[in-house]
Structures are given as structure tokens and as C-alpha cells.
Ligand binder design. Sequence first.
Ligand code: NAD
Length: 262
Amino acid sequence: MDLHLQGRVAVVCGASKGIGLAIAQALAAEGVSLALCARGTDALKESADAIRAKFGVEVEQCAVDVRDDGALRAFVQWAAAHFGRLDIAVPNAGGPPAKSFLETTTAEWDAAFASNLRSVVAIAQAAIPHMQRGRFGRIVAVTSYTSKQPAPGLVISNALRPGVAGLLRSLSNEFAKDGITANAVGPGYVDSERTREVLRGQAALHRTSYDDAVASAVAGTPSGRMATLEEVAATAVWLCSAQAASTTGQTILVDGGSYRGL
Ligand code: NAD
């Protein structure tokens, strides 16, 4: 299926590895030019070089910590000015630490708010005027199945992700008339570095081994396995497509059936 993304321009955050990188690769495969950011330079440059070489699209990269509100907004503005348009924005960053509630600190709550919620505000505010000019926009935030169902040991994520879902729903109400959709892709367990960190946290919480935590995580997933990075990326790319124009304000879970609600 032609997703009609050829020639579009996307900003993808947290793109040096994991889900952000997988989404950047999948967008590039559809002919989308990219402006990528992550905190450090080396891994990001390596990822950008590999995408450029493999897919032949223009890829720019910049070290930006999404918790730095001013730098993040400036990066989005720079990307729109450089490419002369901005069609797609993918807010994404590392997730909050896996901890029990009483172990969490105020500094961790503040950092997670900046990283996982306020950054979505900044990216959307910077990107939307450019999308309005083009009468086309796709905001696809990477969140979590905790948007819909709290998970043990992920109290900060459980509290913040529903806020992102509410923000995106608000954006969908306000900007659908401009051809702009605002959605999230909500992974369950995905085989990435982030998952390994979460499972290590759960192992510590339950005083069990890492291997037991992996087995119990997969046992709770009806599909019996973690999702792949490619599966998450494909869902995000579909949300960016022309065909997804009437899907907005949604969190699409990629969780192997873990979420029990309707
Ligand atoms: P990851 O750790 O593999 O990659 C995170 C990426 O974001 C890296 O490129 C990193 O450099 C970048 N990054 C981290 N903090 C940043 C910051 N402050 N500013 C800019 N860039 C930053 O993580 P992942 O597994 O790809 O997870 C991405 C998101 O998906 C996270 O929010 C995570 O909570 C969520 N998620 C992941 C899973 C999973 O199983 N991996 C499940 C549910 C939700």
C-alpha cells in the first residue's frame, strides 16, 4: 500500500536507538526526509548516517535534550526552516525509571514530566503552525500501554502517560479542521534497551531474577512474546499516512493483547 508519504518531512525525537530509531527508519523507507534528535551526538550521528546510506533521503541530526524546552522548540523551528515544511512530528524520549511509589523522588517526577509530557507540548506548539500552513500534519507521540492500564513498578509512567493521551485528544479537537491529527502509539513490552531496564526494575521490586522477570512479562501477554521494534514503527508510520486522516485523538496499543479493557 502506498502511504503517500514520499517527500514529507518529519521531526523524530529520541531517534538514536530503540523505538525512535525504528520509526525514523520506517519513515525513511517511505521516502520521508528527517530531522532527528537525541541527547548525545555519537550514536545519533551513526544512526543518521546509516539511514541516509540505506534509504537515500535527507537526514539532519542535532543533539537536543527534550527536557530543554527552548532547545527543543528551536530544533523544531530549525527543521521546518531548513526543509521549508514540516509534516510529521514524533515526540519520543526515554521512559521514567521503574520504581515503587515511595522510592520515587521529586527530581524524578520533574524530569519525567519534562521528558514525557512537557516535551510533547513544546514539539506540538512549535510544529503545528507549520502543519497548518501545509494543511497537513501528523503528531505521533510514543507513549505506553500505561496510558490505558497502570503497570506495577511504573508509577511515574502510569501517572504521566494518561496526561499525554488527554493532551493529544485536546489537540485532535482543535486541529482536525486543519488536516492535523494527533495520536500516540502505545507499546507494551517491546524488545528494546528500555524494556530491559524496566524488567531489571521489576526484578528488583519483586526480588527475583532478571530472567524470571522476562518470563513473567511475556506470560502476561496473550501473544506470548514481546512486540518487535518494527511492529511499533509500522503502527506509527501508518498513523502518519494519508489513509489515517480520520484517525485522531487515539492511543493505538502495540501490546500483544496485554490491555484487558475494551
Ligand atoms: P530507548 O532507551 O531504547 O531509546 C530512547 C531514545 O530516546 C534514545 O535515542 C535516547 O538517546 C533518547 N532520549 C532519552 N532521553 C532523552 C532526552 N531527554 N532528550 C532527547 N532524547 C532522549 O527507549 P525505547 O525503548 O525506544 O522507549 C521509547 C519510549 O517508549 C519511552 O518513553 C518508553 O517508556 C516507551 N515505551 C517503551 C517500551 C519498550 O518496551 N521498549 C514499552 C512501553 C513504552
